[in-house]
Write a protein that binds this ligand. Sequence first.
Ligand code: ADP
Ligand code: MG
Length: 228
Amino acid sequence: MHTLKIDNLYVEIDGKEILKGLSLEINSGEIHAVMGPNGTGKSTLSKVIMGDKNYKITKGNIYFDNENINDLTTDKRSNLGLFLGMQLPMEISGVTNADLLRTALNIKQGENFSLMPFIRKMDKTVNKLKMDKQMIHRGINQGFSGGERKKNEILQMYMLEPNTVILDEIDSGLDVDSLKIVGDNVMEYYNKSNCSMLVITHYQRLLDYIKPDFVHIMKNGSIVKSGD
Ligand code: ADP
Ligand code: MG
């Protein structure tokens, strides 16, 4: 059982205040959806939870299992089990997807993740997501379409097995078929892992697959309404 608690958070970037007193608590076995218009700070929220240094917390706290993580680096947050599927995953050439995932798993486990189980798990997940097998040997997101990048984020989620999953507009760039594949796989992971999820979207269509327990409406840097 894990808890992510955001308490009266104020965040600014380049001197501009984006989050203005946002509070949210998410427990294992809960799916929370955050919806709201563009530019309200949804992606800012996701990045500040992961410890993106460009965003400055001026007031308020983020707790994971009652530990204040305001000053924790991103890699340490990842090791605690936090994961972000980004709205706009970047392209990084020179490091393959397979290298990234194996290295991340080795660090997370503190020992070498055996090669064969790693390959089996990766192959299985690539098949489930109906990704091209070659993609795991290409540079991270190199030449990937928008939809392929989103599937790649879900591949990372499956491999890293986080306990707290944040998905930032995972539906954008996906066609109808890919949306179903991604939605079904996200729910399968949720059901088998008992993780918690924070799903950011501004389209109802994602919620046909991912059924939230709580829906929060975000406006101008804070949550203005919450319900089921
Ligand atoms: P949303 O995801 O809800 O569309 P964002 O969190 O991406 O909103 O952006 C919220 C506001 O913060 C916007 O006005 C955006 O221009 C601004 N912002 C976000 N990131 C940066 C940045 N790196 N530099 C300057 N302004 C930014
Ligand atoms: Mg956004």
